[in-house]
Every structure is written in structure tokens, then in C-alpha cells.
Design a binder for this molecule. Structure first.
Ligand code: SF4
Ligand code: SF4
Length: 280
């Protein structure tokens, strides 16, 4: 994203809109400026504000005159009065930022909007996590924090070393050059995104070990990390294996949502011995 300095009148409205705090008024040039390193190309500034097309020279003059009279001339808070935002044509690898940060852009690898994962919520239909397995979603970043792809790689490498299976239709997995090592493409490592989700699965017996591993690696990563855990219930709707492990680790469990399989089963039931996932 760029701001056209010849149009910007430095009203400051956009500085409150950016979820990464990447927009600031540069006192040298007296215009709003975007810190390119921190900008994750989420387009919240461009899409979230109304764009008016006032003449910049007229607005600056009015603001100066009002200032002399100790009055203020400010546009409405959700408006860029001079339509100064100009999205740039994003090319690889910077385009990765937008795919993970603008929820309205479908991710090329999966065609799913946002971070491009259906997570484990559709498991009743997809049958991805099978009986005896546990699926994890490891979510990195949040508005205001974001995450570097190089930091996601740290986690992926540790998980790969532990021998877990990465979900094939996940955008992060699709950016790996070596899934068996959890290595991401070299050219995207210095890209920052608003958030991303790594999805893995393993046997239920490894639940505690994997959570401890995530706890250990997250100490080295400067962002917010949230773990989601999904598993299969018994035919009577109860879950007796993973829940107690999570409670022992200090998580308080509440059944907030139950997905019932209203849909088409896309994965045939595969015996546990054939369920070794997507490691290539
Ligand atoms: S809202 Fe528009 S005019 Fe105001 S500071 Fe931001 S870019 Fe400049
Ligand atoms: S595109 Fe998003 S991150 Fe970049 S300046 Fe605009 S609001 Fe901030």
C-alpha cells in the first residue's frame, strides 16, 4: 500500500485504522507515511475508509486558515478526504502478505478466503482427523502484532522433526519446499503477515508431547500463538482421552460448539495403519 504525498493532507485519520500501526505522520514531510516493513497489505486502510475527492490544495489552505483562527478543520473520522491511498501492484513474494492478511482475498493454494484453512471445524464432513488421532491448529499473530514467515518456519521445523503430519490443503504447507523438514520457501521468509495457521495431526497419545513442544518453541517467537485441538468423540458424544490431558495441562474446557455432519463425506474411512498423512 502507498499513500500519495501530493494528495495527503496529514489529517491523521488513517493512523487509527491500520491494525499494524504502520501508518504515521512523518514530521519531516508532514504527510502520512507507511512503514513498508510493518505493512501486511491487509487493505484495511484502503477498503475501510470512505474516500472523498476533495482538492488537496484547498483542504490544506482551509486547514491553515482555520488553524490561524484557532479552529480546526478535520474530515469525518472514517474518511480520507483526498483519496490519497494508492494500492500498489503486488508481486511475489510481497503478495504473500495480502493472501494471509486480507480476509477477502482467496488464497491461491486452497481457494479459501482469509488465511485459507477450514481448520478442523469441518472434520465431520472431511474426516481429516480420524479416530485415535488429534489435530492441532497453531495460530500465529493477531492485529497489532503480526508474524514473520521466518518465525513460522521455526515452529514448522520443530514439528517436522517431531514427525507430525502437515495438512496438505493448508496455505503454510503449500509454501513449504520440504514438508518432511518443515522448510518454507527461502524468498518468503522476510515477509510479515497479519496471522497464519499451521495445521498438523498425530496420534492422540502424543497430545501432551506436541503441546509441550509448541510451548517450548513459542518462547523464541515474538508474537501471539494460540493452539486449537480437535479430536473425535465417542459414539455417545463424549471425549475421554484428549480432554483430560488438556485439563491436566491447565486448560479449562467448555463445550462451546458441536459440529454435526451436515454434508457430503469427502474422505473415505481409512484404517489407522494407512493414516500417515501428507509427509512427502
Ligand atoms: S486519511 Fe488520507 S489525507 Fe488523512 S492522513 Fe491519511 S492518507 Fe493523508
Ligand atoms: S494495508 Fe493494512 S497494514 Fe498496510 S498500511 Fe494499510 S491498514 Fe496498515
Amino acid at each position: 500500500m502507498t499513500i500519495n504525498p501530493s494528495k495527503c493532507v496529514a489529517c491523521g485519520n488513517c493512523t487509527y485504522v491500520c491494525p499494524m500501526g504502520a501508518i504515521y505522520i512523518d514530521p519531516q514531510i508532514r504527510r502520512a507515511t507507511i512503514n513498508r516493513n510493518e505493512c501486511v497489505e491487509c487493505y484495511a486502510c484502503y477498503n475501510g475508509m470512505s474516500q472523498e475527492h476533495l482538492n488537496p490544495t484547498m483542504v490544506r489552505t482551509l486547514r491553515r486558515i482555520f488553524q490561524m483562527m484557532r479552529l480546526r478543520f478535520d474530515p469525518e473520522p472514517d474518511v480520507c478526504p483526498t483519496a490519497a491511498f494508492e494500492p500498489e501492484e503486488l508481486v511475489w513474494p510481497r503478495i504473500v502478505r495480502r493472501a494471509f492478511s486480507d480476509p477477502r482475498v482467496p488464497h491461491e493454494s486452497t481457494g479459501v478466503e482469509g488465511r485459507g484453512t477450514e481448520e478442523v471445524k469441518t472434520n465431520d464432513v472431511s474426516g481429516r482427523v480420524k479416530v485415535g488421532e488429534v489435530g492441532f491448529t497453531i495460530e500465529f499473530g493477531r492485529p497489532g502484532v503480526g508474524v514473520w514467515m521466518r518465525d513460522i518456519q521455526q515452529m514448522c521445523r520443530a514439528l517436522a522433526q517431531a514427525g507430525v503430519s502437515f495438512e496438505k490443503r493448508n496455505p503454510v504447507t503449500s509454501l513449504m519446499t520440504d514438508v518432511s523438514e518443515g522448510t518454507l520457501r527461502e524468498d518468503i521468509l522476510n515477509e510479515k503477515v497479519l496471522s497464519a495457521i499451521v495445521e498438523i495431526k498425530t496420534r492422540v497419545e502424543r497430545t501432551e508431547e506436541i503441546i509441550h513442544l509448541v510451548w517450548e518453541v513459542e518462547k523464541r517467537i515474538n508474537t501471539v500463538i494460540a493452539i486449537g485441538v480437535g479430536t473425535r468423540c465417542d459414539p455417545d458424544g463424549k471425549e475421554r482421552v484428549v480432554g483430560p490431558i488438556l485439563e491436566r495441562l491447565g486448560y479449562r474446557l467448555e463445550r462451546a460448539k458441536t459440529n454435526i455432519g451436515l454434508g457430503r463425506i469427502t474422505n473415505r474411512l481409512v484404517p489407522a495403519t494407512e493414516q500417515e498423512g501428507v509427509r512427502r
